[in-house]
Each structure stands twice: as C-alpha cells, then as structure tokens.
Design a protein around this ligand. Structure first.
Ligand code: ZN
Ligand code: ZN
Length: 384
C-alpha cells in the first residue's frame, strides 16, 4: 500500500479515507481529530470531534460548549477503532493536552504530530516517540539558526531584571494558550511567589489550565485603574498588547517577549523588545531532526513552517520527504500575524514563493496574536 491510501491532503485539511475523518481540519467537517487547542488546529463548527480530554476542555473554553455536536475524548494511549483503522493519541509536549495521532492500518503506521517539542514543560505531558512508517512533522523552526536554550534559564533572566529594576513593571508578551501558563509555572519553580498579573485575554484559558490540574499560583487580572501601581510586577499579555495603548499606562515598563523568534536579535530590536526571552513551544532544528530519526519513519511529510530546509535535510539523510503545503497552519503566537479570512486549503508547491525570510512579510514572522484571540471563535490565525 501507499502512504497516500491512508492519509491524503484535501482542501479541508489532512484526510484519512479508510477512517473517513480529517485531522485538524481548517473547515468544518463531519468527523475531526484535533491535535491541540491552538486556533490554527482546533476550529469550531465540526460535527464530531475526537481529541484528548484536555483539548476538548480548552476548545470549550475558547469557543463555547457548542463548539461541536459530539465530543469523543481520547485519553493518551487509548486505542479506538474507526472502521478498520486503529487510532490513538500520544503526548506531543507542545501545550496541555497536545497530541500526536497514530493511525494503524493494514500493518502500516502513520503519525501526525501536530505541533510538538522535546524540551521539558511542567504544564504538558512529555513528548513520546511513536515509531512509525510515515511521520508528518511541523517545521516552524526548521532552520539551523533556531536552537532553543533552556527555558528555565530564560525565565531566570526575567526575575533578574525585576530585581535590577524594581520600580519598573515587566510586561511579558506571550501567547495566551500554553506559553503564558508555561511561563507562570516556570516562574513559580524559580521561586517567584508574588501574584502574577494577567491581561484579560488570558484569564479564561489560565482558569481552564487550573481546572485541569495545573497549579499556577496566585494570578490577578490587570485593570486599567491599577496599572500605575504595578511597579516591580510581572504582567503577562498577548504579544500584540505590548504595542497597544494598553501597555502605556504602566510605570516605566520593560518590554519583554517570550518566543522562539527571539533568537533573532534583530527582530527583537525591531519590535522594540527590551528583554527577549527565547522560550518556544516548538521543536528546534536539532530536535526536529532527532525526532525524525527517532521515529524510524522512512517517509516524512513536512507541514507549516520552514518545510524546504527540513525536506532537504531528510533527502541528505536518505529519507523520502515532501512538503505538504497545507495552508492554514502556523501557530498564532509564535509564527504569524493573523491572516484574516481565507485560510484553509491546499495549494500546489509551485504556488508558493521560495523559502526563507522573503517568503513572509516581515510582520508575518512575528510572535503576535491579539488580546481577543483567546476568546474569539472562528478566527483564522493562519499563514497566508
Ligand atoms: Zn500549536
Ligand atoms: Zn501549528
């Protein structure tokens, strides 16, 4: 059999014909298998949704309880038969509840990894290597320049800065789902025991993390009235809020951003980020390659990000690889400015401009989302 008999790109997203389901569909479908709660993977309006219990809870928090007609919880490791395909979800280490999905069919194993990371994260189950024949991988940071340092050490820099500038508020731009909670937890583990202040956009999803058992210590929502009193406070907000009026009423704020893109110092400077923290929820170049080797897969499909460099590397390692060119992915918060409407669909490889820095407009490589995105349903936070 060919891998394409089990998984095939369609305008709605990756489709599994023998199980008649889509994975992370970009448009509503009858049956969706969802890897994790980020808006470019999890969208409302599907009929049936199968995902980990955590991802289902996050979707309900972001989109409302009616985000789909029927929910099918898939705890990590549990096997489910869909027609004659066996499906199971395995930890991806990306955000709480994030999963790689394993499809077993006629002795062939395919893993769709969604977004993943290997670096430790006290708010997510650790990534699990799932041996397979076909591995579908992301490539958000699929260039040799991207190497992520230890996130705990990056967070220590934030605490050092607060000690150095106790009269200044530290405004930390971090994506509302996953990144923000990871930072909170890392701050706690580093001994930060004062309340952590939150922009309103991240309150709800933070509450969902708590309900799912992640201890985050005391958090306080920032109100317009109290901003002047937040000298020496750590305030988490969506990255875009750093540039808005919202940020201006703090006492002499230090602008901080936590993202894998902060590896590129010129970008941090250009964004006016005073203290860049290289904290990513995606695999870096080394971990992408190591993971591909670890799965032992002989065929690799590469989705959103820097597909071409990773596909090229696979070729030099004797692996069959191709870019998937699925439009619509790109983590809000770490890869792209929202593209507005029209995400979704497959375009042929020729339809894309060449890889590298020129491919996306400079703003598009940003780490932004916006204050409302955590709560606003149905938006396409997507790569054009
Ligand atoms: Zn993601
Ligand atoms: Zn993604």
């Amino acid at each position: 059999m060919r891998p394409e008999d089990l998984l095939v790109p369609t305008p709605q997203g990756l489709y599994c014909p023998p199980a008649d389901c889509h994975i992370d569909p970009m448009r509503p479908v009858a049956r969706a298998l969802v890897t994790h709660g980020h808006a470019d993977h999890a969208r409302p309006g599907n009929d049936a949704v199968m995902a980990t219990p955590e991802t289902l809870a996050i979707m309900a928090a972001r989109y409302g309880e009616a985000f789909c007609a029927t929910r099918q919880p898939a705890p990590y490791g549990a096997k489910t038969r869909i027609n004659d395909v066996t499906v199971s979800f395995h930890p991806a280490g990306h955000v709480l509840g994030a999963a790689q999905i394993l499809f077993e069919w006629k002795g062939f194993r395919a893993v769709v990894s969604g977004d993943y990371k290997r670096q430790g994260d006290p708010t997510a189950a650790p990534f699990e290597v799932v041996p397979c024949d076909l591995f579908v991988t992301e490539a958000t940071f699929g260039l040799p320049v991207f190497r992520h340092p230890d996130a705990a050490e990056e967070v220590a820099k934030l605490i050092d800065s607060v000690e150095l500038f106790p009269e200044r508020a530290h405004l930390v731009g971090a994506y509302s789902l996953g990144k923000a909670q990871r930072l909170m937890k890392l701050l706690r583990l580093r001994g930060w025991d004062r309340p952590i202040h939150l922009h309103g956009a991240m309150v709800r999803v933070t509450e969902t993390y708590r309900e799912l058992g992640i201890e985050l210590g005391e958090t306080v929502q920032v109100k317009a009235a109290d901003r002047k009193e937040l000298a020496g406070a750590i305030v988490l907000c969506p990255p875009s809020a750093l540039r808005e009026l919202w940020a201006r009423k703090f006492p002499d704020p230090v602008t901080v951003a936590a993202s894998g893109w902060m590896r590129v110092r010129a970008r941090a400077r250009q964004k006016g980020v005073e203290l860049p923290l290289v904290v990513s929820d995606h695999a870096d170049w080394d971990d992408l390659r190591q993971t591909i080797l670890d799965t032992d897969a002989q065929e690799i499909w590469v989705t959103h990000g820097e597909e071409d460099a990773l596909v090229h590397w696979c070729g030099t390692s004797g692996l069959k690889a191709r870019p998937l060119r699925l439009v619509g992915y790109g983590d809000e918060g770490e890869t792209d400015e929202p593209a507005g409407e029209g995400g979704g669909g497959v375009i042929p490889a020729e339809g894309r401009s060449p890889p590298g820095r020129d491919r996306k407009p400079d703003e598009a490589l940003d780490l932004d989302d916006d204050p409302g995105s955590a709560l606003r349903p149905g938006r396409d936070d997507a790569t054009p």
